[in-house]
Design a protein around this ligand. Sequence first.
Ligand SMILES: [Zn+2]
Length: 348
Amino acid sequence: MTDLIDRLGKLSDARGISGDETAVRQALRPMLEDHVDELRVDAVGNLIARKAGPPNSQGRILVTAHMDEVGLMVTGHTGDGALRVETVGGIPSKVLPGLTVLVGKNATPGVIGLQAIHRADRKMSGRAPAIDKLAVDIGATSREEAEREAPVGTSIVFATRFANLGHSCKGKAFDDRVGCAALVELLRGEPFPFELYGVFTVQEEVGLRGAQVAAYTVKPDLGIALEGTLADDLPKGDLDVSPITELGKGPAITVMDRSYTTPAYLLSHFIQTAEIETLPHQIKQPGIGGTDAGGIHRTRAGVPAITVAVPCRYIHSPVSVLREDDLRGLVALVDAAVRRLTPDILRR
Ligand SMILES: [Zn+2]
């Protein structure tokens, strides 16, 4: 396993739903410490790394990747010791029954139960149970024991472990630990011709919150959000539907999503960079999703921004799959695009 994939594995296995990103921050620190000029945590929990540019460098670039993942939070307890839960970020409840999960700081194992098929109401079988009909079983035998072990507000993550899968790998939280792994790689590389802030943001999945704060602090001339985005490239029976992005075709550049539309000059800078440097790339099908770029561009008097992402299958589910070459391709494309920026492009 290369260092890049090894770090992706560590970050994917770290546990951090929106608002509870401490473990991810702790995993990131040692990967960055010897490679950046400044490393600090702001008031909302963003991890901010600064890489100085040459003296008198003109321009400041902000590159973000969000630390938080979708998961569950304890909202109550039943008389027999099970945990009531709510989703944090977008998770369809149909993927939850039968899963193993890790609960709280001690990573207490739990399962999301589903009534055995022998007892299930025939009319309901095959339908997704609503989240308020599901409970997490940690083996507690009373409400008091469940409250002690997992009080209201406790975080719950999927128990999926990272592993290689042929040319791909599987794990939880590739949205957006793959962006975090790519940003670490960029920050560990040679200094850029501009001052570069790499910010590992909080609470993206619940409203692009950390990125807005980070962009206000950093005052960048340009923002780049690194993401894991949905691939949706598997056969769909007879349906003639274009994929959002495809595994193995390189990093996906966003033209427009629900949070933001990329300025044309910025889009052509990234596409031209890919063409000149013969780097694989693809355009994400417009109109779907939202990223930190949507938060960054609204700060202060406005910041031009772009999103580049690694295609991931089964995103926002307990397990995602990505192609390792797409991650390497993302690092190569963003690295080249930043190095090819000119003060003219930044100042337009
Ligand atoms: Zn994301």
